[in-house]
Design a protein around this ligand. Sequence first.
Ligand SMILES: [Zn+2]
Length: 322
Amino acid sequence: MQVNTTDGPLALDALGRTLIHEHVAVGFPGWNLDVRQPKYVREDAMAKAVDYFQQLHDFGVRTVVDPCPMDLGRDVELCALVAQKARIHIVCATGVYTEAMGIPYSFARMDVNEIADIYIREIEDGIAWTGIKAGIIKIATGDGHVTDYERKALSAAALAARATGLPILSHTENATCGHDQIDIVTGQGVPPHQLMVGHSDGRDDHDYQRSLAERGVYVGFDRFGLEMIVPDEVRAKNVKKLVDAGHRDQVMMSHDTVHCFLGGLPGGMSQEAFEQMVPNWRMTHIFQHVFPMLKDMGLSDADLDHIVRENPRRFFAQARTG
Ligand SMILES: [Zn+2]
């Protein structure tokens, strides 16, 4: 049983500790159109990412999932270069972003089967001309409401998941629409354990998080370090509550870091200014600061290792076997 990485198929047992949601680079549609921005130098972006990805070895991380959707400047060859230089496995994604923040025009004109066909080709044949195969399927919904376009893209993702056995990982806005995502994906015959509802830590709402877990999906506490959304102590408290409620096997932890915002951040803030605003938003943060916090709350080393090692492994393994 194997997982598609930028470096080819990887045995499940070689995944090791895995960060389920981090980005080498992200660019919102039009990122390359603002001539006021400094010139994008791919080598500089790579060097910076390599520096950070190398630090993961000290914490036993062997694999990072970069679920950048197709329409957010996805650059799987850049991921491949970073993976090779940092000696870390990187898993890339197929799938599109939200209607409001993605680039839906082309896909809006296709039907569900056409979109699914594109996803399946990216998984089985490779992404564009790179030969790099997608290892996970990305879905995304906007704030509080699933648009028709998003519903179609989610259905296509579910068809691709059924055809290929790959897991689906989601983006939600403000921890809303998780149940809609489950309804749409399972409505196409995909078992809930093949889906991770991402960014479920976007509000302080244990009842919401537990209600997702009770339906059998993985629950993403995957924005640690982005404390202007939710303080990490609140995220940690809610991880502990979900574990206490019997759902340790469904907790996923990550940071959603972005090592290079292509063309700067939306709204014009520089990468440097943003990083100063969120000093803990780096891929080693949960190991350095959040794990000790969770241990103070009563979780054991074994619990924490289980969450970052066993849960991602099972997510990929179960999806494959259906
Ligand atoms: Zn992300």
